[in-house]
Design a protein around this ligand. Structure first.
Ligand SMILES: Nc1ncnc2c1ncn2[C@@H]1O[C@H](COP(=O)(O)OP(=O)(O)OP(=O)(O)O)[C@@H](O)[C@H]1O
Length: 261
């Protein structure tokens, strides 16, 4: 990896984390987007994934939810089923032209547990209303989702994740193009999940936000640059190296054949 003077401090891949990545290489049509990533996300950890545009951050989350099969290496989820994972894709990937209201959108967070054709009882409805209260949307239950602002819609999606009660929560740029007030409220929800010992992994761009709220960080520039305590990972030498790597990317490069000792 040619790390120069930069110290890499990836979390111990030999311990038993909730999610383990083993020499993971990911890509599209055999063009690699993430190379040789090894390490683990501890149960109950709160981690930011940062890096330049095109660094492979979204690709990594897609592999963790099983939406993308690795070109090489593997993702191991210890003791988790699909129902234990909540995934919030980037806003651009979320369809919201459906004629559905806020409450029913939140109740969709339950379908994995109750089945899509089972009727929703009063207790579940009550939980959905509570989740809407947590994200500051009481009174919006019957509002069509198409009529919401971007920030309000993101609050709805967080309420849906509250209801999902997942052990592993993956957020892809949850605060991009979201107003400051909503971001602060939704960061409170992230803190609440962390306090409940859920494992949260969020792709983020705002490094000040990462320093303030995320104890651990993975800095990715297609290859891992650093992974560990946020203050160590976001050291200037690491950020310079990530930027330099981004300048050298060739999207037409073939499949990486490097072997790991
Ligand atoms: N569906 C796809 N088909 C082909 N290539 C893709 C696809 N999705 C992403 N890529 C490519 O994979 C690489 C990594 O993309 P990815 O979206 O994971 O990066 P990112 O770090 O999340 O970027 P950003 O911060 O801009 O969202 C890029 O070169 C991108 O063009």
């Amino acid at each position: 990896m040619g790390g120069g003077n930069v110290t890499l401090s990836f979390p111990d891949a030999t311990a038993a984390p909730l999610v383990r990545l083993t020499d993971l290489t990911l890509g599209y049509r055999r063009h690699p987007a993430v190379h040789h990533l090894s390490g683990g996300f501890r149960d109950g950890s709160l981690t930011a994934v940062v890096g330049p545009n095109g660094a492979g951050k979204s690709t990594l989350l897609k592999a963790m939810v099983g939406a993308l099969r690795p070109l090489d290496g593997r993702v191991t989820l210890h003791g988790l089923t699909a129902a234990d994972i909540a995934y919030l894709p980037q806003q651009a990937e979320v369809e919201r032209d459906f004629p559905i209201d806020v409450l029913d959108t939140v109740l969709l967070g339950h379908w994995r547990r109750v089945g899509i054709f089972r009727s929703i009882g009063g207790a579940l409805r009550g939980q959905a209303e509570e989740a809407l209260a947590v994200v500051g949307l009481s009174g919006f239950e019957r509002r069509p989702i198409a009529a919401l602002s971007a920030g309000q819609f993101q609050r709805v999606l967080f309420a849906r994740m509250l209801l999902q009660d997942a052990r592993l929560i993956l957020l892809d740029e949850p605060f991009t193009a979201i107003d400051a007030r909503t971001t602060a409220d939704l960061l409170d929800v992230v803190r609440r999940w962390h306090g409940e010992r859920r494992t949260v992994i969020a792709v983020l761009h705002d490094l000040e936000q990462v320093r303030a709220h995320f104890p651990e960080t993975l800095l990715l520039a297609r290859e891992p640059i650093a992974w560990g305590r946020t203050a160590d990972v976001l050291a200037p030498a690491n950020l310079v190296r990530a930027r330099a790597m981004a300048e050298g990317w060739d999207d037409k490069a073939g499949l990486c054949r490097r072997t790991v000792p």
